[in-house]
Design a protein around this ligand. Structure first.
Ligand SMILES: [Mg+2]
Length: 395
């Protein structure tokens, strides 16, 4: 059995770091992001604030008392979401198996990717470098291990800007000196209970008899005994954006250059626009996905204004994105997805002077839909779309 390579990547003091990135006058200073009112809670404390004993989930009133010079800011989730997308896009260039846990952290399954990205340390360094570059200066801590639990503990081990690799077979050595509260499922109550049982470290839990733990703690006892032995078989489950409609195809032959890629984007734009119209949706953005012959995945996205379900507008948006890719490399997969979808009731108002060309194009789309509806997908094809070949997948 080949060992898995599971990466956990977690941004450092994310909200506070974004604020410091956007406003250089905040850099090097204690910054608290969270509820600013009397009952507010700290969401994130910058590393400069932490020596004062301030941490997330602490009441803001208490945090201000401990660190009176802190600059307190309300969260700007729109901005954090925007940066989060860039981070997740970086992760997506390393593996299709990315499981986001929140805006700023994710598991990435990189099993079998050593041939492309080198050994785990090189993978981790690459992720750190690419995140720094894509965000304009934010650091991420990365842990690599053979299972999710150990990878997550590892990413937290040398924060900020950490990089911890736990080699196969070295999990126990790494875990056992750590306090029991680092085990998933052990909150303050369970920690107290474990202390009463004389169990302070993960090693203590590992060495305790499993029957004893089960008798005292029920299923939690079984669970933490397994984790303490680094037994965690959970898979990385990629979360596909449910609010997007996409189509992609893996090609039989690698292709190079815009002229070879565009026909495949036409095919995808046709299928995606048909599905949008079928479901009464308009897309506010379009994303292009290209996978190189070396299996490196690249995605670029842009807005569609106004939101649309029209074939030629989706296609034009996608083609415009191509200049952001390095098209000299051979590609083995071409995909297009529509996102930022709005339903029929969220439709924007009819423009005052509807663009006539736009109307014509949408009439053609609707006419083709009607034909496909009656006679099936193969009844009629747009003249500018190549015949099917290779695997196709819809998301
Ligand atoms: Mg974080």
């Amino acid at each position: 059995v080949t060992e898995r390579i599971i990466v956990h990547a977690d941004m450092d003091a994310f909200y506070a770091a974004v604020e410091q990135l956007d406003d250089p006058s905040l850099r090097g200073k204690p910054v608290l992001v969270g509820g600013t009112g009397n009952r507010g809670v700290v969401s994130t404390a910058s590393y400069e604030a932490r020596p004062f004993g301030v941490h997330s989930a602490m009441p803001m009133v208490e945090a201000r008392r401990k660190c009176p010079q802190a600059i307190v800011l309300p969260p700007n989730f729109e901005r954090y979401t925007e940066i989060s997308r860039r981070i997740m896009d970086v992760f997506g260039t390393y593996s299709p198996l990315v499981e986001p846990l929140s805006l700023d952290e994710a598991f990435i399954d990189m099993t079998g990717a050593e041939g492309l990205f080198g050994p785990p340390r090189q993978m981790a360094l690459g992720i750190k470098r690419d995140v720094l570059e894509a965000t304009g200066g934010l650091t991420v801590s990365v842990g690599v291990a053979t299972c999710k639990f150990v990878a997550k503990v590892a990413s937290d081990h040398e924060k900020p800007d950490g990089l911890v690799i736990v080699e196969p077979g070295e999990e126990r050595e790494f875990l056992w000196p750590l306090p029991v509260k680092r085990l998933w499922g052990v909150g303050p109550k369970a920690e107290e209970r474990l202390r009463e049982l004389g169990l302070e470290t993960i090693g203590d839990v590992a060495r305790a008899s499993v029957q004893h733990l089960e008798r005292k703690l029920g299923s939690l006892g079984l669970h933490i005994h397994a984790l303490a032995h680094a037994r965690d078989m959970r898979d990385v489950i990629p979360e596909r954006d449910a609010r997007s409609v996409g189509a992609e195809r893996t090609l039989d032959v690698d292709i190079v250059g815009e002229a070879a890629i565009v026909p495949h984007l036409r095919e995808s734009a046709d299928r995606v626009s048909r599905r949008l119209r079928k479901h009464g949706l308009l897309a506010g953005g379009v994303r292009v996905k290209l996978k190189t012959a070396r299996f490196k995945l690249h995605t670029r996205q842009g807005p569609l204004r106004p939101p649309t379900d029209a074939y030629d507008e989706l296609l034009a948006g996608a083609v415009a994105l191509l200049e952001q890719f390095d098209l000299r490399q051979p590609m083995r997969l071409v995909g297009l997805a529509a996102f930022d979808l709005i339903g029929a009731d969220g439709r924007p108002q009819q423009e005052l002077f509807p663009d006539e060309r736009r109307e014509r194009s949408r009439r053609l789309d609707r006419a083709l839909d009607a034909v496909h509806e009656r006679f099936g997908d193969d009844a009629i094809h747009r003249g500018d779309i190549p015949p099917k070949r290779g695997d196709e997948r819809e998301e």
